[in-house]
Structure formats: structure tokens, C-alpha cells
Ligand binder design. Sequence first.
Ligand code: FPP
Length: 260
Amino acid sequence: MTYTSSTVRVPDVAAVPRHIAIIMDGNGRWATQRRLPRVAGHTRGVEAVRTVVEACARCGVEYLTLFAFSSENWRRPNDEVSFLMRLFVTALEREVGKLHANGIRLRVVGDLAMFDKRIQDLIKRAETKTARNTRLTLTIAANYGGRWDIMQASRKLAEEAVQAGHAAEISEASFTQHLALAYAPEPDLFIRTGGEQRISNFLLWQMAYTELYFTDIFWPDFDGAALGQAIASYAERERRFGRTSAQLEPQVQNADSLPC
Ligand code: FPP
């Protein structure tokens, strides 16, 4: 299935977003407030991931993309980086069976060559095991950066052109096919927890028409109710994709009748 860019075709819109992308921020501050080491916030963050994945599957969200580790996160202290890697491995080992049993497909996107072989093998096995599941696609962005994604897609297009011996026909359609999330529609809703209001090199190309939602809640405290509030806020937005209000069909979205 290939999806068209929102700048080429207006996508169908429903009250529940098909694709939610989240920057899970505030783990460190959550822990510091409780006089705990920062990494305790990451451990609690994994529990919030579990809660939000379950809530999305229940609500009929089809794609959930979580920013677990950015290409810039290597700048953190070494022990925090190694802790995050270990947490990632443990979560993969422990949770994949449950994801599979619940019909969830797992994908991991990012420059995975930077991770050690054991992590890369675990990722491959988890992706293969869950490949045919259709209820929800959970994408973990790991060593991911929006600019990296745009560059690697450009490089692939250029390689095709070199092989073909002439400049490939470059269009939004051919470009988006090479992006890391080519299998997913563009995010309808972007959520960032932890109070900051920025995109931090997440899905730069894909968020051209995404609705943005920022909350002060720290990620470990983000639960089903908080997700429900974000979705209710989304349901009240008027998504015009460049058109005027008067051109839109009457909005049938009603926050009171949402399934979550
Ligand atoms: C940002 O909080 C969070 C991270 C850089 C890591 C997120 C990782 C997890 C939630 C756990 C692992 C996830 C999976 C999918 C296994 P921060 O440390 O920047 O918090 P701060 O802004 O309060 O310092």
C-alpha cells in the first residue's frame, strides 16, 4: 500500500486519528521531582508505552509511532545511553510475545547500523514474528532523525538514477516511497509530553499537515485518560489542508461520541 503526500491529495479524516506520533518527553524530570535517578524515569516510561499501546489498539488507532531515541540522544552521558539500550533490549525481549498475541505489528525505524548486532538481530526477529499482524502498527523510532530520513531517501533515489543511467523521475510519490515510514499514512496527530513545544528533528517530511498537541504531563504519567484528551482535542480541529472552511463537508466529528 502506498500513501500519497498530504500536499498532493487531501487524505480522509476521521474523529479518531489513524496515525499518532509521539515524542515521549519528561522522563528525567519525572524522576528528578521524586529524587530518583533520571533512568528511573525511563523505566517508568516503558510502562507508559505499554498503557498507550493498549489504549491505541482499543480506540482503533491504526499506526502509533514513538520516538524512543533520537540521532541526537547519543550526546547524553554514556551511562544513560547504555541504560536506554539495555531497556530497549529488555522491552523487546519481554513484550514482543504480548504484542504478537494482541495482533500488533512492530516496526523499528532509524539508522540501526549504529546499534550492536544483538539489538539488530532482536529487532529483525520481532519484526518478522509480527509482520502479518493488522490491528495496530507500532513503530519505534530508534537512532532516528527527520533529516537522516530525508537524506537516506534522497540517496536511494540518486542511486536508482545512477543505476538507470538517467535522472529518475523525482516526485513526492517516488520520494515518499523511500522514507522510513513509507508503509504508513502521514501522522494525523503529533503529541509531545513534558511541556516543550518543538518537533526535535522527528518526522519532518511526514508532518507537513499533522495536528500538533503539546501537554505538560511528563511521559511516565501519560495514561489512557491523557491520550483520550489529546484525541478529543484532535476531534475538534478543522483540518483544511489548504482549503477554506466553507469548502469543507460539515464536520461530523464529535468529541462526546469518541470510542476512547
Ligand atoms: C525523553 O525524556 C525520553 C527519552 C530520550 C527516552 C524515551 C524512552 C522510553 C520512554 C523508554 C524506552 C522505550 C521503548 C519503546 C522500549 P528525557 O530523558 O529527555 O526527559 P527530560 O526532558 O525530563 O530530561
